[in-house]
Ligand binder design. Structure first.
Ligand code: CA
Length: 340
């Protein structure tokens, strides 16, 4: 009888402790869901619910292979935008409870809305699935994608007839491109390699493999010192063009209200990175120091006139002096915008 009583008491205790575990995890989950929309800024402290704190002997946060016991939004661990983490709660009873969460980190500064006026329009060959777009003088350097149709071309702004067109081998899907001195660098989408061409002749000079961190090649630009590459995530990677297989620095991109991923065609101009966002009618102006979105150019009206809602999305940013020129995949127009 005594044995049965003890066993039942033990079972009840285990049950009670299980229920308490569940309550604490639910409480943590409710907190994380409510914090997800609001987001955090760097330096903020995580305000975990009191019942979670009371139940825990220690709490850590895991970020893939990193772990921190610091419950503040520390830039050594968190990046702008979404952070997928796991909370590890070591209970006073000696167990470890785990819960996955998404923690959003937003920029402190408010992104301004960039005003624009269309000051000129030029023809664009609607056969071109634009992935890389840059202007030097009056010459457009354009990298066009799709398997079997990928190529790098140059043509005069105002014409659609290429001066030079270099087709890509069948297995490659071309992506972003940028001019670096007397060369043009071009990415491929999933082939994990890039190509370097002579700028004048577009003759292929060499190729390079990507750093292992880079899954796919999307957009590419050059800030005068480093290449800046997007890979379809929220990240932008800085790379030395002399050693293009190694990432030097990474930033993640978010505004004060929203994280952005699928960053696509890029252009560096006057201290800012401008980025297309795949399937969005906007261009982000990004601070290269920290990834904060400082301006948003809403091109909904232009996109409506050029996109059927399929893959013919806005993708292509270049500068003509201080004016921005933009186009899209399979668009028949290039627009020159005065931006303020
Ligand atoms: Ca560009």
């Amino acid at each position: 009888m005594k044995k049965i009583f003890l066993a039942s008491a033990f079972a009840l205790l285990v049950l009670a402790s299980c229920n308490k575990d569940k309550d604490v995890l639910n409480s943590l989950n409710d907190y994380n869901l409510s914090a997800q929309n609001k987001g955090y800024n760097f330096g903020d402290k995580l305000q975990l619910p009191q019942d979670v704190l009371d139940y825990a002997e220690a709490i850590t946060i895991s970020f893939g292979d990193k772990e921190s016991s610091n419950l503040t939004i520390d830039p050594n661990f968190f990046t702008l935008g979404e952070n997928d983490v796991t909370f590890n709660i070591k209970t006073k009873g000696g167990e470890v409870l785990q819960q996955d969460a998404t923690i959003n980190v937003f920029a402190k500064r408010k992104a301004r809305s960039i005003a624009y006026e269309v000051v000129n329009q030029y023809p664009h060959d609607p056969k071109n699935f634009v992935q890389g777009f840059q202007l030097e003088g009056n010459t457009v350097y354009e990298s066009d994608g799709q398997k079997g149709q990928s190529r790098i071309i140059k043509y005069n702004l105002g014409s659609t007839q290429p001066i030079i067109s270099v087709p890509q081998a069948e297995e490659y899907f071309s992506e972003g491109s940028t001019i670096v001195g007397d060369k043009v660098y071009q990415l491929t989408w999933q082939n994990k390699k890039g190509f370097i061409y002579d700028k004048n002749s577009l003759k292929l000079l060499s190729e390079f493999p990507y750093d292992n961190m880079i899954g796919e090649g999307w957009g590419l630009t050059y800030d005068g010192k480093e290449l800046i590459l997007s890979d379809g995530t929220k990240n932008l990677y800085f790379i030395n063009p002399e050693n293009p297989s190694k990432i030097l620095r990474t930033i993640a991109v978010a505004s004060n209200k929203e994280g952005y991923d699928q960053l696509n065609e890029l252009e560096y101009h006057n201290g800012s990175i401008y980025a297309n966002v795949w399937h969005k009618p906007i261009i982000l102006q990004i601070d290269p120091a920290n990834g904060e979105v400082i301006g948003i150019l809403d091109l909904t009206n232009i996109v409506k006139q050029n996109s059927s809602g399929g893959e013919d999305v806005l993708n292509g940013i270049a500068f003509k002096g201080e004016n921005m020129i933009i186009t899209g995949k399979n668009w028949s127009r290039i627009y020159e915008l005065s931006i303020k």
